[in-house]
Design a protein around this ligand. Sequence first.
Ligand code: NI
Length: 136
Amino acid sequence: MSKITRFSVSVEDDLLEKFDRFCKEERFATRSEAVRQIIRDTLTRRAWEGKTHEAAGTLTLVYDHHRALLRDKLLAVQHDHADHVVATLHVHLEHDLCLEVIALRGPADKLQQLAAQLRGLKGIFKGELVMASAQT
Ligand code: NI
């Protein structure tokens, strides 16, 4: 764990009131916790805009498993990008509904392209990519 540094921030009273309300609603233990998370989120978002930044993420898909072609395509695309697919978790939600969480790792732009390709397949009901920086 890296060393903690304290710094002070000047902010208008009304903005601080709003921020404190936000911290309470989002159940942050302290203002510092909230600020740290907001800084990390902002830096992660920025990093994702940089194409070659090393990133990690999860792609969550919900789909109809009775579409045999879809299952085949999902597997084929993942095998084509085996260097970026770290692991998959498959959950049988209902008789014909599957949830799949695919852990990805690699350059941000490659992961976004791969997620778009998978999410765009016919028969996917929901697809959401959650991104994280693979670097601190
Ligand atoms: Ni299933």
